[in-house]
Structures are given as structure tokens and as C-alpha cells.
Design a binder for this molecule. Structure first.
Ligand SMILES: Cc1cc2nc3c(=O)[nH]c(=O)nc-3n(C[C@H](O)[C@H](O)[C@H](O)COP(=O)(O)OP(=O)(O)OC[C@H]3O[C@@H](n4cnc5c(N)ncnc54)[C@H](O)[C@@H]3O)c2cc1C
Length: 304
């Protein structure tokens, strides 16, 4: 089976964009290829005439601190994120997410941009980017702009980006400041190396007393057709001390506001509902502890 006819490795964004336009829908962006090549081989996608490999474009493969933000190229691999000390300390949930994607071979080539562009509501990197309130630098319909990451998701596997024409260039995430911390955990089949049964990322900011939650962002997936913030759970925690009573209230809010579905490959809805409780009980105190102490050592990375 011929998976493609031409393979291009442009060295600039302009070249990549021009190549995509020249094929007029018959070419497709490829990064690590861990999702794309399986999709083509399994017949989920018509084989494109050309693949445009973005992993040689410096802007898409760089990791740069800009003030209090980190700018991460869409072509940065999971392995590179996992081994970055700044991300571990100040965007900890992202390291914990990327550190459980597949196994080492997948993480060595799979990219954060590919995870987001594939647009699944359970993508591990995606879940943490939503909790971190990431923005995405994109070229969509020939126009380059920054968008809140949640605007990229239209449905399961459906992105605002047309990967035959558009480019996801970089992400911008705010690095944790004093009294801020984050954490990510997921539930997975023990033998599984594909998408999780459920993942949960939390970012919290404590107030000046260090006792109460001043602000929180929580992403749990998959509980909807796109990655979503668990806003009613957030509301149960915001303004409260992150103690057992508040975590109970968060769990209760999760029970009434989140509706995971049954997946014949992964888990029943009722099992997932119970696992939301478990994840909230693990993630909320951990994120709060990191915010309180300013210390964060990523957990669960590379445990396969
Ligand atoms: C064995 C195995 C295990 C896996 N386990 C996990 C897991 O545990 N958790 C998880 O979340 N995922 C998992 N995945 C899925 C996959 O590895 C990740 O989603 C990975 O991040 C995809 O990145 P990639 O660079 O390989 O994307 P690719 O396969 O290269 O691309 C994916 C899609 O995004 C488009 N695309 C890629 N980059 C861009 C860009 N910059 N601009 C525009 N469009 C772009 C492509 O055209 C394609 O449609 C697994 C996959 C395999 C094969």
C-alpha cells in the first residue's frame, strides 16, 4: 500500500505553508506520525499525495521562556517536554501528561502539536494544556493568529485546523508563579498504551494566606465531545480551603455536572464516573500542596 508519494521537509513556516497551498488539499502535515500513519494505514484517511514534515522548522521545535510564559513549538516531542526542568517545576501537569503518552518510542517522536491537532477529548497533553489555559499560535485560512486552545476543538477528532492547509505553530502557557501549582493523573488499563480511560489536570492558585483557593482550572477528559473545563467542580473549590470537605464538595459537583460515556474499548460510564471521584481526590490536594510549598516533583512519568 502506498501511504504517500512525496515527502517534504521544509525548513521554514513560509515554505511549509506554501507547500500545503500548492497541493490544494492533497498534502497533509506530519509531525511524529504516531497518529497519522496509523490513520492512513487503517484506512481512516485517504492517503495524501504528499506529507509535509514540520519537524525541521526551528520555530516549531523550540522551547523558549518569554517573561512569565513558556512558548512551546508544536513540533516539540513529549520526551523533550518530560526532560525539561523548567516545565517540571512550573508547568508540572504538562510533564506528567506527556510522560504517560504511549511508551518511550512514541514519546520520542510524538509531538505536543500532533496531540492537539488530532483533537481527541482524552489526549493527555491536551488535557493539561486546557488546565494551563494555553493559547495556540496558528495559521488558519492563510491568517496567523493566537487563539485560546479550547477554540481549536470542534468534535472528537475534528479540529478547527484543516491539516491539509493550516498549521499549528506554537503554544503559550503561563508558568506557575508564587502560590500556584498543577498536577495531572490518569486512569489507564494496565496493558494499555493508547488513550486513557480518564485523565484529569488541575491548576490552582492559593490566596495570600496560602490557605484558600483563589482560582482554579480543571480539565477532565473524556467527558464531552471536546476537551472541557469542569466549571461546576471549579466553582465548588474556588474560595475554599483545599481540605477534605472541599474535595468532597468537588466530588459531589463532579457527580452532578459531568457525564462520561460508555466506551466499548475503555470503560463503562459508571466506572468512569467513579474514577472522576478518584482523580479529583488525588489531583486537587497534590496541586494545592505544590502551590503551598513551591516544590513540584512530577509523578508517574515513564512508568510503563
Ligand atoms: C502506541 C501508541 C500509544 C499512544 N498512547 C497515547 C497516550 O497514552 N496518550 C495520548 O494522548 N496519545 C497517545 N497516542 C497518540 C499519539 O502518540 C499522540 O497523540 C501524539 O502526540 C501525536 O503526535 P504526532 O506528532 O505523532 O502527530 P502526527 O501523527 O504526526 O499528527 C497527528 C495529526 O495532527 C496533524 N498535525 C500534526 N502536527 C501538526 C501541526 N503542527 N499543524 C497542523 N496539523 C498537525 C496531522 O496532520 C495529523 O492529522 C498513542 C499512539 C500510539 C501509536
Amino acid at each position: 500500500m502506498t501511504l504517500w508519494t512525496h515527502y517534504h521537509t521544509p525548513s521554514s513556516l513560509a515554505e511549509a505553508h506554501a507547500l500545503l497551498q500548492s497541493y490544494a488539499g492533497r498534502a497533509r502535515v506530519i509531525a511524529g506520525g504516531t497518529d497519522l500513519l496509523l490513520d492512513i494505514r487503517h484506512g481512516h484517511l485517504t492517503p495524501p499525495e504528499a506529507l509535509i514534515d514540520i519537524t525541521k522548522i526551528p520555530e516549531m521545535c523550540s522551547l523558549i521562556q518569554e517573561g512569565d510564559d513558556l512558548v512551546i513549538g508544536a513540533g516539540v516531542t513529549h520526551t523533550r517536554i518530560v526532560t525539561d526542568a523548567l516545565i517540571a517545576a512550573r508547568a508540572t501537569c504538562l510533564v506528567e501528561s506527556c510522560g504517560v503518552v504511549g511508551g518511550p518510542q512514541v514519546r520520542n517522536v510524538g509531538t505536543l502539536g500532533g496531540n492537539v491537532a488530532h483533537a481527541l477529548p482524552a489526549g493527555d497533553g491536551t488535557t493539561s494544556l486546557v488546565a494551563l489555559d494555553a493559547w495556540a499560535d496558528v495559521i488558519v485560512r492563510d491568517e496567523r493568529r493566537w487563539l485560546p486552545i479550547r477554540e481549536l476543538f470542534l468534535g472528537p477528532g475534528q479540529s478547527l485546523l484543516d491539516p491539509t492547509r493550516d498549521l499549528l505553530v506554537r503554544f503559550r502557557i503561563p508558568l506557575a508563579q508564587e502560590r500556584e501549582g498543577s498536577a495531572f493523573k490518569r486512569i489507564m488499563r494496565p496493558q494499555g498504551v493508547a488513550l486513557p480511560i480518564l485523565g484529569c489536570a488541575a491548576w490552582v492558585r492559593l490566596d495570600s494566606s496560602g490557605e484558600r483557593c483563589e482560582d482554579i482550572r480543571l480539565c477532565i477528559g473524556p467527558v464531552d465531545r471536546v476537551p472541557v473545563r469542569a466549571e461546576q467542580v471549579e466553582a465548588a473549590v474556588r474560595g475554599q480551603p483545599i481540605d477534605p470537605a472541599t474535595v468532597d464538595a468537588a466530588v459531589a459537583a463532579g457527580r452532578t455536572s459531568l457525564s462520561p460515556r460508555t466506551s466499548k474499548y475503555r470503560a463503562t460510564a459508571s466506572y468512569r464516573q467513579e474514577m472522576i471521584d478518584v482523580l479529583l481526590r488525588r489531583v486537587l490536594p497534590l496541586a494545592a500542596e505544590r502551590a503551598r510549598t513551591g516544590q513540584a516533583v512530577p509523578e508517574g512519568v515513564g512508568m510503563e
